[in-house]
Write a new protein. Structure first.
Length: 577
């Protein structure tokens, strides 16, 4: 297995060009004259090789540099990773010799020992290794810095290859923040390349690649439980040893610049990483439990979301109604739904569709998830007494045209938002209600007078995210009589529906990806009359249908009929009564 892994990375190149390495890089356009001179200065001052100087200065990476040096020296090359080192074979070369020569034994096939060397062309070193090991040496090129970084770990007594993280490329994740300093007396010192750092990197990389929205790391009696939330559902990923849990939590706290010594209070932080050339923000929340601290990391991947109304999947009729609502010069527009239903994405998309240089848009959010151009974003900070209500009052003195309130959580915020809408501002916000019809009831419960609701409310958008059937394992089935009744059929339909059986591609869930369903109610004269008369919820649904709209359940049922989602998913997500 190690032989195959190495063969995948080792590449032989044709006859070397006679030009020096620096000139070849200049000719290839990989560096400029200034960069070459800086590398030459470092090369002369510190006595390190020119190529290593370029890597140290960030001008090139190993993947680009090694083929060029290998071509020049006529040697195969390898980019070292822990998973390529056989823990037993590495001991064939004494550590003192390995450090002196700058080499690392990788694996042995019959009598041939493959060794990564900083100077594979040095015949004296090769002869010494053959004498020490009694084997034929097969030298391959690697950077000295890579060998020196990995060598101490390979000679530790407990060195072994972790099957989970061995092939994780350490450059797959790059922490984009200032250097972090911490007291080594507070927690166990975690050296570079330790299993804990590898594990945390692995979790972040895999979560981003699998499209997870959250990473849950929680203590249990016998282990640490790690789960990803993918497509709205939690899925167990790993169960590391229980004794690793405090170190994993401490590592995440260090990355998020939280107080690692404080374990009795909840903390919130964030950090920025680059994963597979994608810029990703992670929001970190710690929570003390009886078994230890639980950590949840919310993944905010800008490349995985769109703030374009036309690409959110809103049906044409609802989209036209929503655009008419957003064209109003003033009024309150609410997006409703449970946590994780995409409300913030819809709000940002609405702002993106109506913003322009002649418009002053101010938001107050908790927290600011994505930064938008031409938008002034304010973050709630309760420690500094910046609440939704206090920030909203300040915003009204900033001559805004459009105000976005991240969430209406209390009566005070609701009252100020309504007043702002009544005084000539377009106010966008979110509210936790089941559907558009129950939004009016919720505002009444918060103490807003019906006449103010009728005068200020411009429209309501209720939304959910339904999981889509996995295309690889989709199969046919007929729903039960109970399921048919729950989604609104009078009898069991004759047509077959689709569902996913579960496969490796969808991690045995039967679903991959999600699609939004929307219910859009424009507050017209008929709706205002119902609000003022304290009408029941059913009458608001009649107004919705009179406008040509459909309910969330009807939208979900339509997707099930078209084979996009399942009847079970429609019931789980869209059944509101």
């Amino acid at each position: 297995m190690l032989q195959e892994a190495l063969d995948d990375q080792i590449q032989s190149y044709s006859r070397a060009n006679s030009l020096p390495l620096g000139q070849r890089l200049l000719q290839a356009g990989l560096i400029n004259e200034d960069q070459l001179q800086k590398a030459l200065d470092l090369h002369g001052n510190r006595g390190i090789r020119l190529g290593e100087a370029m890597v140290a200065l960030g001008m090139m990476n190993e993947t680009d540099l090694l083929p060029l040096i290998g071509n020049q020296l006529k040697f195969p090359w390898i980019r070292l990773k822990q998973g390529l080192v056989d823990p037993e074979v590495v001991q064939h070369i004494p550590r003192q010799v390995a450090e002196q020569i700058g080499c690392l034994a990788l694996f042995k096939v019959h009598d041939e020992l493959t060794v990564a060397m900083a100077e594979p062309q040095n015949l004296e070193s090769v002869d010494l290794l053959e004498e020490v090991t009694g084997s034929t040496i097969r030298p391959v090129l690697s950077l000295r810095s890579s060998i020196e970084r990995l060598l101490p770990r390979c000679y530790e007594e407990d060195f072994k290859v972790d099957a989970v993280t061995a092939d994780l490329d350490e450059t797959a994740i790059e922490l984009k923040s200032d250097e972090v300093y911490f007291d080594t007396d507070s927690i166990q010192v975690l050296a570079d390349g330790s299993p804990v750092i590898n594990l945390v990197n692995y979790l972040i990389v895999q979560a981003v690649r699998q499209g997870a929205s959250d990473i849950h790391i929680e203590p249990s009696q016998r282990s640490s439980l790690i789960r990803f939330r993918v497509d709205g559902r939690l899925r167990e990923v790993l169960k590391p040893r229980r004794d690793l849990h405090p170190a994993v939590v401490s590592r995440i706290k260090v990355m998020a610049k939280l107080d690692i010594a404080e374990q009795r209070k909840s903390q919130d932080g964030r950090f920025h990483v680059r994963v597979d050339d994608r810029e990703v923000d992670l929001r970190v929340s710690s929570l003390p439990t009886v078994l230890g601290e639980k950590v949840v990391m919310r993944i905010l991947d800008r490349s995985a979301v769109t703030f374009d109304l036309d690409r959110l999947g809103v049906p044409e009729m609802q989209l036209k109604s929503l655009r008419r609502i957003l064209r109003r010069p003033h009024g309150l527009v609410l997006v409703t739904g449970p946590t994780g239903s995409g409300k913030t994405t819809s709000l940002y998309s609405a702002v993106e569709s109506i913003k322009h240089a002649g418009c002053n848009i101010v938001t107050v959010e908790d927290p600011v998830e994505y930064q938008l151009d031409l938008v002034n974003q304010v973050q709630v900070n309760t420690a500094r007494q910046v609440t939704f209500a206090s920030a909203l009052r300040s915003i009204l003195r900033q001559d805004p045209d459009i105000i976005l309130v991240g969430e209406i959580r209390d009566a005070e915020t609701a009252e100020i938002a309504v007043q702002a809408a009544l005084t000539g501002h377009l106010v966008l916000s979110t509210l936790h209600t089941n559907d558009t019809a129950s939004t009016v009831t919720r505002l009444r419960d918060m103490g807003i007078a019906p006449f103010k609701i009728a005068a200020s409310l411009a429209g309501v958008v209720a939304q959910r995210l339904v999981r889509k059937i996995c295309p690889k394992c989709r199969t046919t089935h007929y729903p039960s009589a109970e399921q048919a009744e729950l989604v609104g059929y009078e009898s069991v339909p004759n047509q077959p529906f689709k569902r996913g059986e579960g496969c490796s591609q969808c991690f045995d869930t039967g679903y991959i990806g999600r699609q939004g369903i929307y219910e859009v109610l424009a507050v017209d004269s008929a709706a205002r009359d119902l609000i003022n008369s304290d009408a029941p919820i059913d009458q608001f649904r009649q107004v919705l249908r009179a406008q040509g709209g459909s309910t969330l359940l009807e939208e979900a049922r339509s997707l099930a009929e078209n084979g996009v989602t399942t009847v079970e998913e429609a019931i789980r997500i869209a059944l509101t009564d």
